[in-house]
Ligand binder design. Structure first.
Ligand SMILES: [Zn+2]
Length: 135
C-alpha cells in the first residue's frame, strides 16, 4: 500500500500529536513587531531633555490584523517578558507551518490509500447487497 520510503498515515498523525504537545509547552505569545524608540520622559532635569542619544529607550509594539493596526508601549518591568511572548509567537507559527504541511500530506495520502480502500469496500458491500436483492 505504501512505498518503502513513505511513512504511514498513522506515523504522520503521531507527528502531529508531537507538535501539539510542543505547542502546549511554548507559553504565552503575542503577534507584534518590536521596535525601540528614543523618548523623553518629560522631567526637565532628566538627561533625556538633552541630546537624542540621552533619551530613554522604550520598547514599542506595532501590529496589524483583521481588526486593523495597533501600537503599544511596553512598560520597562514587562519588557523581558513581552520579548519572550514575541519569540514564542514565532515558535508557535513555525509549529503551525509544520502541522499544516503534515495535514496536507495526510489528506493526499488518505485519498491515495485509506480512502481508496474504503471506497472499494463500500462498492463491494453495495454489490453484495444488490446481488442478494436480485435473488
Ligand atoms: Zn527622562
Amino acid at each position: 500500500m505504501f512505498k518503502a520510503n513513505e511513512v504511514s498515515y498513522g506515523v504522520l498523525a503521531k507527528r502531529r500529536l508531537g507538535i501539539l504537545k510542543k505547542m502546549a509547552k511554548v507559553g504565552p505569545f503575542i503577534m507584534a513587531t518590536p521596535t525601540y524608540l528614543k523618548v523623553r520622559c518629560g522631567y526637565p532635569d532628566c538627561k533625556c531633555a538633552g541630546p537624542k542619544e540621552d533619551r530613554h529607550e522604550k520598547l514599542h509594539l506595532s501590529w496589524g490584523d483583521a481588526q486593523g493596526q495597533g501600537t503599544a508601549y511596553v512598560p520597562v518591568d514587562l519588557r523581558e517578558e513581552v520579548l519572550q511572548w514575541i519569540e514564542n509567537y514565532w515558535t508557535v507559527k513555525e509549529y503551525m507551518k509544520e502541522m499544516t504541511e503534515l495535514s496536507r500530506q495526510m489528506i493526499k495520502m488518505y485519498a491515495r490509500t485509506i480512502g481508496r480502500v474504503k471506497r472499494q469496500q463500500r462498492k463491494a458491500a453495495l454489490l453484495a447487497k444488490t446481488g442478494k436483492a436480485k435473488i
